[in-house]
Design a protein around this ligand. Structure first.
Ligand code: ATP
Ligand code: MG
Length: 543
């Protein structure tokens, strides 16, 4: 840890930690505590980078802890997906993978301790009654008629709750704090409920489950967490967090620090909404490349480095704000530009016959793999009499400013020759189906020929050995006005890619010249069927 590091990245969380380290604390211990009730999204990535990043920065450690106290919505599928996502992001919890459910016995004992101290009681009010008794922001609550039960009676009833003697929802255990507290969270919150729900870890062992507000501080204390970092909605719960830590008499008291959630423009976050899209079939699973889930952006082709860099750039604060999704895309582009090979791919092919190029003749031309990164080397690209160019790169009646191919005007084929269009072949209804061009053998690229000027360079693939592929182009889930975008997927079926495409590996990222960054879709690609996801455009469309 260096002073420099800290001052350049300093934020309010660092200030707390620095102060604590000046006192008796000598090593920080954080945790990332996901609830396994859905897949992780980019907002969680912010929290992961923050918690593991702080541990890293201060030479401390960070646990992964599944906060699995609400079995109704939890599932082992989510546990496995979360583990995979965090590893992919590049973080390591070593042997410190924990489950809140492993602490059910200890949590139970803490509840007993509270009862014995006269700080918790078994209540029989219905949920509606509890709500009525709780009061409002302006009016104090009133005490439950069960509030003054004896310790013995409470101990007996709570044990019988645990033993399954009472119906689900018929009783709760509540902390006895202050029904007139200005903070509603302190008005005798529920700490245990009866619910016969199968738990993915403890199976049918328990029929009472602890509530989040009670469980979370105790989980932190058990693990000797020093800094319990959470999002702003828990700010009003902090007095309760501290109350449980104090009343359960933990010696080492974790400090809760809140920060603002990441919100991102043009997409939806929140597991509940994502789950709806997945379950309704509107998207293609939790890993749909349009979703802001970690698995979705991984399938789309985003890299862990770019996500970590993004999280670094957005920083942490206490003020809610929406981050422009363009910043995330910028980070992705920035990471891919030096990592990827640049290949030629024609999305909307138009056939070109080079009439003065001998039939049957072919040539291998050498093209750099990435003009900005010489170490990426070069490859051979086959040139022959018939090629495909992008339909948009030809215009029959072009304005003066059009610098690509048009009748009588020369254009450079990338890495190859100048060609000139002499004849436009059309079908019966006037659609252009083919161009007849001639090439100038003196203009071969790499021969040092620079004598003649040409205004534009276009990409191409040879008809002889190009590979057909499908390309999938995604749009944002939300329109600029926040409404749902009805068209989020465009599929191009007859894209033609130079033959090097056959060597692209499943997790490799490539640039298609003048078009964008792409990766193979692992779900739809098979040996004879290449399907590419567009990761991001070459340039930002944001002004
Ligand atoms: P969601 O609101 O998407 O359903 P959650 O907060 O319920 O998410 P948890 O599994 O409880 O999901 O979250 C694990 C951790 O990630 C928590 O500490 C939570 O505060 C943090 N977190 C969740 N969403 C965001 C976000 N958008 N930005 C930053 N941190 C987040
Ligand atoms: Mg949650």
């Amino acid at each position: 840890m260096s002073e420099n590091n800290l001052s350049s990245t300093g934020n309010f969380i660092h200030n707390y930690i620095n102060k604590d380290l000046e006192g008796k604390l000598n090593k920080i211990h954080t945790r990332f505590p996901p609830e396994p009730n859905g897949y992780l999204h980019i907002g969680h990535a912010k929290s992961i980078c923050l918690n593991f990043g702080l541990a890293d920065l201060y030479g401390g450690i960070c646990n992964l802890r599944f906060d699995d106290t609400n079995p109704a919505k939890e599932d082992d599928e989510y546990v496995q997906a979360i583990i995979k996502d965090i590893k992919w992001l590049g973080f390591d919890w070593q042997d410190r993978l924990f489950y809140a459910s492993d602490y059910f016995q200890k949590l139970y004992e803490c509840a007993i301790k509270l009862i014995k101290k006269g700080k918790a009681y078994v209540c029989e009010l219905s949920p509606e009654e509890i709500k009525q008794y709780r009061g409002t922001l302006n009016a104090p609550g009133k005490p439950s008629p069960y509030r003054n039960r004896s310790v013995e009676e409470n101990l007996d009833l709570f044990e019988r709750m645990k033993n399954g003697e009472f119906a689900d929802g018929s009783k709760t255990l509540r902390a006895k704090i202050d029904m007139s507290s200005p903070n509603i969270n302190m008005r005798d919150p529920i700490i245990y409920r009866i619910a016969r729900i199968y738990h993915h870890n403890t199976k049918d062992k328990w029929c009472i489950y602890p509530m989040y507000d009670f469980a979370h501080p105790i989980e932190d204390a058990i693990e000797h967490i020093t800094h319990s970092i959470c999002t702003m909605e828990f700010e009003d719960h902090r007095p309760l967090y501290n109350w449980f830590i104090d009343e359960c008499e933990f010696e080492q008291k974790p400090r809760q620090i809140e920060f603002a959630k990441l919100q991102l423009s043009r997409t939806i976050m929140g597991k509940r909404y994502m789950k709806e899209l997945v379950e309704s079939g509107e998207v293609d699973g939790w890993d749909d490349p349009r979703l802001a889930t970690i698995s979705g952006i991984r399938r789309r082709g985003y890299t862990p480095e770019s996500i970590r860099n993004f999280c670094e750039k957005i920083g942490v604060s206490k003020a809610n704000s929406v981050v422009d999704i363009g910043l995330l895309e910028h980070c992705v582009r920035d990471d891919l530009k030096s990592k990827s090979k640049v290949l030629m791919a024609v999305m909307n092919p138009l056939k070109v016959v080079i009439t003065n190029y001998p039939e049957g003749k072919t040539e291998q031309l050498t093209i750099e793999n990435n003009p900005e990164v010489k170490e990426k080397g070069s490859r051979q690209v086959l040139f022959a009499r018939e090629i495909f160019i992008e339909r948009d790169d030809f215009m029959e009646n072009a304005p003066k400013k059009f610098h690509r191919l048009t009748s009588g005007q020369e254009v450079r084929l990338k890495g190859a020759y100048f060609i000139k269009c002499n004849e436009i072949i059309k079908d019966d209804i006037g659609n252009i189906i083919e161009l007849h061009c001639t090439y100038d053998p003196e203009t071969k690229s790499g021969n040092g020929f620079e004598g003649r000027k040409v205004k534009g360079t276009i990409h191409w693939v040879s008809a002889k050995d190009c590979i057909d592929a499908q390309v999938r182009i995604y749009d944002y889930l939300l329109l600029e006005n926040g409404e749902k975008n009805p068209n989020t997927l465009q599929i191009i079926n007859n894209c033609k890619i130079e033959s090097a495409a056959k060597d692209i590996k499943l997790d490799e990222k490539v640039q298609f010249m003048r078009s964008g960054y792409f990766t193979l879709d692992y779900k739809y690609t098979s040996e004879n069927n290449l399907v590419f996801n567009k990761i991001v455009a070459l340039r930002s469309s944001y002004k």
